[in-house]
Design a protein around this ligand. Structure first.
Ligand code: ARG
Ligand code: ZN
Length: 876
């Protein structure tokens, strides 16, 4: 029986485990509908918890218990208690061997947690609490054990993998064979993995800095074997980078990556055997976009870096998730910045934070990067824990400086190697290594919500003194009404009237990181000859909202003069937001919308500047996403946002046509595809120009898009042209392009996903009906998270215009879909429902429509723990 209302787990209730598991010996006899799992555990009382012998409680979900024995003695059913999600065993000795036999059904496991089948191949996903769907076990990260795994399967599954090194293999009766794997490093159960299938692999070797040879293997279904090069290259770059930047070397003789089609997230860092969503491994120029190439590099890096930040040093409990995720996202961001354009990487990360994490921080699920409670931990693999968590690590980096940060990370890894650690351990190591006081900084771990910095300034001409007045606040979040002030590293510079940086101290520094620690604070600068223009929060030095009363002219000036590349881009964003606010007001007042020429001039200057990096230039021409515009208003008026933004896009296209078309022509050159940052930058600017140009009702630009669609040799240009056509509103051209694309790519699931997403993401009318039709497409599968994301995710999470169109039909559709999906895959259902949990932020009547749809989900009853938590908090 399921509890009517799931239990809430609290960080304050943490207790060390009663028993340790020194060794874990598993034997899997694989069968789709009846896999036998034999587990032999060496159990030992944790004497720190006392000398008594309490009952041993093991986690277990949806398992069939076949038998249980202690030190070879079988237990009868009246000697143990089997609950819905646990097994309670009597203990009479402080150390003993426990033997448990369970039976599971991978074939009917659609939750994609535990052991399941994906296109006929067996694979596992155990983080966070999936291991309990495989066998009874203390499924918590502070129980670390040495694993040996024997995998038995029919010979039609030639590849049998698990963690560590393979120590034995052989043939068995009934056309079966086996391989035994041994992992020398103690690990928690969430890092366990198993794969069995008919797979091919590519092999390489990597020599570590100490001269050890590591075998690298990438496994996929045979049809995808030609799509592995980029991931393999990214893996080697990651291994080298972690040696050079963090001094971390790989520690096993073999490192394997397996690509699977059915996967809830991006990828998983299982020890020595990473399992990836195929969309995050497989790429070829013809089938994958630049964005996919870069995502692959980032995620391969991310999972590899977990070998130290996550595996060698793991988490004590799931409240500490950001210890490994925040740190590892920071590491992968720095890796991507080193491999590509650092400025663009920073811009993309900040866009993600502003568009999505800020909304999370302002919504009903808001939580600190170290949450205090949860019902279902899967719901806390969030942008807050990951991306804001990475920003918190970045702030430490900024406060203590690069060298002390490296000393701190060395100390952290040395001190906690082989342990399950806490966020506090990490901060303490940084504090010790740097000698900097991080006491107040710790508030970032405890408090949810996005802080607001309100900045004003004054200039005393007589004394040549300039003052910055900084006020910080943080809005209340669920369960946290009052907030303590944060320690905010606030990077600033001051520009003179020529646009040059003014020296800010005797050493001549032109940029300072101010320590904002109080609710209100004033910073003074002397020797300032003229009233300067401040460049604030350079490089986005802290994950906060910044308010300063810039005029449009000042922002235009910063756009062309700020020495901080990030802030040049950000000034453009702020200017566009100012203009969009005016347009929204005009729309509401029923006035005619007119283009603010100051913005057009500023964008023209961007197009014409000769010192601007092409990739940054493309970013500077992108208007803030609707979600970012929405974030900046207290009561979201979706209709006004959509009207203002689409008017502005169109008006800019008209005003800048010569420059846009000029750039397009200049960059429209044929050359072999390379995912180098220079080439990516060119394609990015070219396709940004194209997206504007097709908005003009001129046949020549549609022809251009059509030509690019038909002739491009790479998916970046092909998909951009297709999206441009679909968004142009030309039904005939877009239908024929979509049909041609489908004809060509229907057999490639990852490209088919793009075909789905481009349609579900179309800003043109009729999208909801198209979305409904796509769900009926024979190749759509409810059991494939990638397909669900490509249709329903693209519509509800990324198509602001169409999702909010009409009178809430989009919300109703989402509610119905989520109710249906919850029976198949609760994790994905709980994620997808998020947009309608933000109803409070909307104006009437959108708010009522959203609320009604959300209430309908709750009323459906019998929700999974995952969905129940998100919906109930959304209604509270
Ligand atoms: N640790 C994985 C990663 O960040 C993600 C695991 C996601 N698991 C989950 N249950 N949501 O790379
Ligand atoms: Zn991770």
């Amino acid at each position: 029986m399921k509890d009517a209302q799931p239990r809430t787990i609290y960080l304050k209730d943490y207790r060390a485990p009663d028993y340790w598991i020194d060794e874990t010996h598993l034997t899997f006899d694989l069968q789709p509908d009846a896999t036998l799992v034999e587990s032999r555990l060496k159990v030992r009382r944790n004497l720190d918890q006392g000398n008594d012998l309490p009952k041993l409680v093991l986690d277990g979900v949806e398992l069939e218990l076949v038998s249980v024995a202690i030190d070879g003695q079988s237990l009868s059913a009246d000697e143990y208690v089997l609950y819905d999600e646990s097994l309670e065993l009597p203990v009479s000795r402080p150390a003993f061997e426990l033997q448990i036999l369970t039976r599971i059904k991978p074939e009917s496991n659609t939750s994609l947690e535990g052991l399941y089948l994906s296109n006929g191949m067996y694979c596992t996903q155990c983080e966070a609490e999936g291991f309990r769907k495989i066998t009874f076990y203390p499924d918590r990260p502070d129980v670390m054990s040495r694993f040996t795994t024997k995998v038995i399967a029919p010979r039609s599954y030639p590849v049998l993998l698990s963690n560590g090194n393979d120590i034995e293999r052989g043939e068995l009766d009934n056309d079966r064979h086996f391989v035994t794997w041994q992992d020398p490093f103690p690990k928690p159960s969430y890092l366990f993995a198993l794969v069995a299938g008919d797979l091919e692999h590519v092999d390489e070797t990597f020599t570590t800095k100490n001269g050890r040879e590591v075998k690298l293997q990438l496994f996929t279904e045979p049809r995808n074997i030609h799509k592995c090069d980029h991931a393999m290259r990214s893996l080697k770059h990651s291994m080298r980078w972690d040696e050079e930047v963090y001094g971390r070397e790989y520690d096993l003789d073999i490192f394997m990556i397996v690509a699977v089609d059915h996967f809830n997230m991006g990828a998983m860092e299982n020890k020595g055997l990473n399992i990836f969503n195929s969309s995050c491994v497989l790429a070829s120029p013809e089938t994958a976009t630049d964005a996919a190439f870069q995502r692959i590099e980032a995620i391969v890096g991310h999972e590899y870096f977990h070998n130290w930040s996550g595996n060698r040093v793991t988490c004590r409990d799931w409240f500490q998730l950001s210890l490994k995720e925040g740190f590892t996202v920071f590491r992968d961001a720095e890796f991507s910045a080193d491999m590509n354009s650092a400025a663009v990487k920073r811009i993309e990360d900040v866009v993600l934070l502003r568009a999505s994490q800020f909304a999370e921080d302002a919504g009903p699920m808001a939580h600190p990067i170290r949450p205090e409670s949860y019902m279902e931990i899967s719901n806390f693999y969030t942008l807050t824990v990951y991306e804001k968590g990475a920003e918190v690590v970045r702030m430490i980096h900024n406060i203590v400086g690069k060298e002390a940060f490296r000393k701190g990370s060395d100390l952290y890894f040395d001190r906690h190697d082989g342990q399950a650690a806490t966020c506090e351990d990490f901060v303490a190591a940084m504090e010790e290594a740097s000698g900097k006081d991080l006491e107040q900084f710790r508030n970032w771990y405890n408090q949810a919500g996005t802080p607001l910095l309100e900045v004003s300034d004054s200039f005393d001409e007589q004394k040549s003194e300039y003052h910055l007045h900084v006020k910080q606040s943080c809005p209340p979040t669920p369960g946290q009404k009052e907030k303590q002030p944060f320690h905010i590293p606030f990077a600033i510079g001051l520009l003179d009237s020529a646009g040059k940086d003014i020296p800010l101290n005797a050493q001549g520094d032109t940029q300072l990181v101010l320590d904002v620690t109080q609710t209100e604070q004033t910073f003074s600068f002397d020797g300032v000859g003229e009233r300067p223009l401040p460049s604030l929060l350079r490089g986005f030095s802290a994950p906060v909202k910044l308010r300063y009363d810039y005029s449009a002219e000042q922002l235009a000036f910063l756009m062309s003069h700020d020495s901080d590349g990030f802030n040049r881009w950000d000034a453009g964003q702020r200017l566009a937001l100012l203009v969009l606010e005016d347009l929204q007001a005009a729309y509401r007042a029923g006035e005619q919308l007119v283009l603010d020429t100051r913005l057009a001039d500023a964008y023209r200057a961007v197009l014409e500047a000769d010192d601007l990096d092409l990739a940054v230039r493309a970013k500077m021409l992108e208007l803030p996403a609707e979600q970012i515009i929405a974030e900046s208003s207290d009561a979201i008026d979706a209709e006004a946002i959509i009207a203002a933004r689409s008017f502005l896009k169109q008006a800019l296209a008209e005003a800048l046509e010569p420059q846009l078309s000029n750039w397009y022509t200049r960059l429209d050159v044929e050359k072999p595809y390379s995912p180098s940052s220079a080439d990516i930058a060119e394609r990015s600017l070219k396709n940004t120009c194209l997206a504007y140009l097709v908005l003009l009702q001129k046949p020549e630009y549609r022809t251009l898009a059509n030509k690019q669609f038909a002739q491009s040799g790479n998916m970046t240009d092909c998909a951009a042209a297709l999206a441009a056509l679909v968004n142009s509103g030309d039904e005939v051209l877009s239908r024929s392009a979509l049909d041609a694309f489908y004809e060509k790519w229907q057999e490639d699931p990852l490209v088919f996903d793009q075909w789905l997403a481009i349609q579900a993401g179309s800003a043109r009318f009729g999208t909801l009906q198209r979305v409904r039709d796509l769900l009926e497409h024979p190749a759509f599968e409810l059991t494939s998270p990638n397909k669900v994301r490509s249709v329903v995710g693209a519509f509800a999470m990324r198509n602001f215009t169409q999702f909010h169109a009409g009178e809430g039909e989009g919300f109703d559709f989402l509610a119905d879909f989520v109710i249906r999906l919850d029976k198949v895959n609760p994790q994905i259902a709980a994620r997808l429902v998020t947009p309608i949990t933000r109803w409070r932020k909307y104006q009437s009547p959108m708010q009522e429509f959203m609320h009604a749809s959300l209430a309908r989900v709750m009323a459906a009853g019998n929700l999974s723990k995952d969905l129940y938590e998100v919906v109930s908090k959304g209604l509270a």
